[in-house]
Design a protein around this ligand. Structure first.
Ligand code: PLP
Length: 405
């Protein structure tokens, strides 16, 4: 299809897009197509003003009173409730705090402590974002377990009578492949093991259905599709049926039944609060809370529909503009297996991504040879997708040209 035709199509798709107006809520400049929201979500404009109040009034004027009067103390649970509907979780099961890495540790250790003692294996996703693998390995050493590392598709076959739990990424951060959360969770349960999911690349991008699919524990970060800001705190989901047996490996005073009792002995609080550790990072947490306002009135189903349409359209434009064989999509064509990003393998990816960024198309590089483009439906449109593919083709043509003079 010709460039004119694709430009027209983009305009039609943008005109019909019910989410198009959400873009105004974000601080974005017209000269840039931001396709890195799967790494750091863009800033919702109003967060700056909200933080001026948090810093100036809540901290500056109320000071210590804000733990109660400004709701600081209960922020981890309160913000968990804001995230819950996006993950298909009923209230009371999500707490916000710490990094994803730390929550992986809590979840994996808690899962193996829940499992029968003769189950001494932890199955780990071989394609996982590295931090999960490192931490699962350490958790295994600490608890006297061993890890069994397999591809997500092979998890059902790897699970046996010795499996305590499996830790799997919902979406592969590198290729954008979406794994079968319902199927893998069911296979684990059928063999008596627990399912721990990392939702970093699915929360805010597609429906997860934690309760519906009976997930046991889950973690994820909030600075990607949830736009919480750099290093904003992660979340931990503990299914209600497991909360009574959730034995945290980091039982800090914030998870105590009576934190201000200051007793030497530890008695865990009931509910999701049990996943807390120490004093929450209030500034980051309240920036996240403000950022979540952009989801008011948006369904994750609408986001998913637009995400698939955007990635389809981007792939179509790449196909039309980029000479055959120059890049290879690593992202599955099947919707059921696709997250919200497109990963293109390209031999000279580092040079190409540098040139793209210089021309205002911001994706990122996953070494050695992957160009990653994240599509965030709240602020990326179809014209952006067409423009990005066109600039990619131009850059590839330039990079290919023989050196002159
Ligand atoms: C981004 C990401 C992380 C990041 O963990 P941090 O502790 O926030 O640095 C972890 N797991 C996955 C799958 C990710 O995509």
């Amino acid at each position: 299809m010709s460039e004119t035709r694709l430009t027209e199509r983009a305009a039609e798709l943008d005109a019909a897009d019910e989410l198009a107006k959400r873009r105004e809520l974000f601080a974005l400049d017209d000269g840039t197509v931001y396709l890195d929201g799967n790494s750091l979500g863009a800033l919702p404009r109003h967060v700056q003003e909200r933080m001026a109040d948090v810093i100036g009034r809540q901290w500056g004027e109320l000071r210590i009173r804000s733990w109660g009067e400004s709701g600081w103390w209960t922020a981890p649970e309160r913000i968990g409730e804001r995230i819950a509907p996006l993950l298909g979780a009923a209230p009371g099961q999500i707490v916000v705090g710490d990094s994803t890495s730390v929550n992986v540790f809590k979840a994996v250790v808690a899962a193996v402590r829940m499992a029968p003692a003769d189950r001494d294996e932890i199955v780990v996703d071989a394609t996982t974002f590295p931090t999960d693998g490192y931490i699962a390995e350490s958790a295994a050493r600490l608890t006297g377990h061993r890890t069994v590392v397999v591809d997500p598709a092979d998890v059902p076959d790897a699970v046996g009578p010795r499996t305590a739990a499996a830790l799997v990424n919902h979406v592969d951060y590198r290729t954008g492949r979406l794994h079968d959360l319902p199927g893998i969770t069911a296979a684990l349960h059928a063999r008596g093991a627990l399912a721990v999911w990392d939702l970093c690349h699915s929360a805010g991008a597609l429906p997860v259905g934690l309760d519906e699919h009976g997930v046991d524990l889950a973690v994820g970060c909030t600075y990607k599709y949830l736009n919480g800001g750099p290093g904003s705190p992660a979340y931990l989901y503990v299914a209600e049926r497991h909360q009574g047996r959730f034995d945290s490996p980091l039982p800090g005073w914030n998870s105590h039944a009576d934190p201000f009792g200051m007793t030497p002995g530890y008695t865990p609080a009931e509910g999701a609060v049990r996943g807390r550790v120490g004093t929450p990072d209030i500034l980051s947490m309240l920036a996240l809370e403000a950022a979540l306002d952009v989801w008011d009135g948006v369904t994750v189903e609408a986001v998913r529909a637009k995400s698939l349409a955007l990635t389809d359209f981007f792939l179509e434009c790449v196909d039309a503009y980029v000479p055959a064989g120059r890049v290879t999509s690593l992202t599955p064509a099947a919707h059921a297996e696709r997250g919200s990003q497109v990963a293109l393998a390209c031999p000279d990816a580092p040079t190409v991504m540098e040139a793209l960024i210089a021309r205002g198309v911001v994706g990122d590089l996953r070494r050695p040879d992957v160009l990653r483009f994240g599509f965030t439906p709240l602020y990326v449109g179809f014209a952006d997708a067409e423009h990005a593919a066109r600039v990619l083709a131009e850059v590839l043509a330039g990079v290919n040209s023989p050196p002159s003079g």
